[in-house]
Ligand binder design. Structure first.
Ligand SMILES: CC(C)(COP(=O)(O)OP(=O)(O)OC[C@H]1O[C@@H](n2cnc3c(N)ncnc32)[C@H](O)[C@@H]1OP(=O)(O)O)[C@@H](O)C(=O)NCCC(=O)NCCS
Length: 176
């Protein structure tokens, strides 16, 4: 069964993950470079726990990290979406992006995340969207900066110190 489609951008469709996407999740978790900035326990829990967590977010919060498929060939490029997170004791909505290694360097994360930020601010009515990023994760910080997000303090997330990036404005991104 296909997952519920949420957003379309110039090159991507974002849809809900389904039980059938377990092999895709397993591929992501098996790639050490892709998972380099995530805590070891997340990888150790395995793909079924990861997938179940996202499905629970859809049911409980109404949104979550979605599967990004490339429009031209349906290739699963990664996970891009929104997640409700406790940030220093307040519930906030985080934009997240995680791409399979072959799809880095094409602007897909920025393109998908821009649509998610707009959706969070305009459709969900969030007052701001945050991104929680490890200090050493420069590629992720570059995405946040391209999206017009600024650093606003730090937070402990999944047991690790993260920078909090935030924006209250939907990004206007021109094509290339
Ligand atoms: C974070 C992550 C998604 C960033 O990937 P990325 O490919 O650098 O980001 P984008 O998809 O936005 O692509 C931007 C790059 O594509 C280039 N690009 C190529 N064609 C492009 C196009 N048509 N449009 C826009 N950018 C394009 C940009 O110049 C930029 O390259 P640069 O950084 O060398 O300047 C990726 O490193 C990743 O998945 N990491 C592992 C998971 C992770 O850590 N996630 C974040 C947790 S906080």
């Amino acid at each position: 069964m296909a997952g519920r489609q949420i957003l379309t951008t110039t090159r991507l469709i974002l849809r809900e993950l389904t039980a059938g996407d377990l092999p895709f999740v397993a591929d992501i978790l098996a790639h050490p470079e892709v998972m380099a900035h995530y805590p070891d326990w997340i990888v150790a829990e395995g793909p079924q726990a990861w997938l179940d967590r996202q499905l629970q977010r859809y049911t409980g919060d109404g949104y979550g990290p979605w599967l990004a498929l490339r429009l031209e060939d349906d290739a699963p490029v990664g996970q891009i979406g929104l997640a409700r997170q406790d940030v220093n004791g307040s519930w906030e909505t985080e934009v997240g992006y995680l791409l399979q290694r072959p799809f880095w360097g094409h602007g897909y994360a920025t393109e998908g995340a821009a649509a998610c930020i707009r959706y969070g601010l305009e459709t969900l009515g969030c007052s701001r969207i945050v991104a929680l990023i490890r200090a050493e994760n420069r590629p992720s910080q570059a995405v946040a900066e391209r999206l017009g997000m600024d650093q606003d303090g730090t937070a402990l997330h999944a047991g690790l110190e993260h920078r909090v990036y935030a924006t209250r404005v939907a990004p206007e991104l021109g094509g290339r």
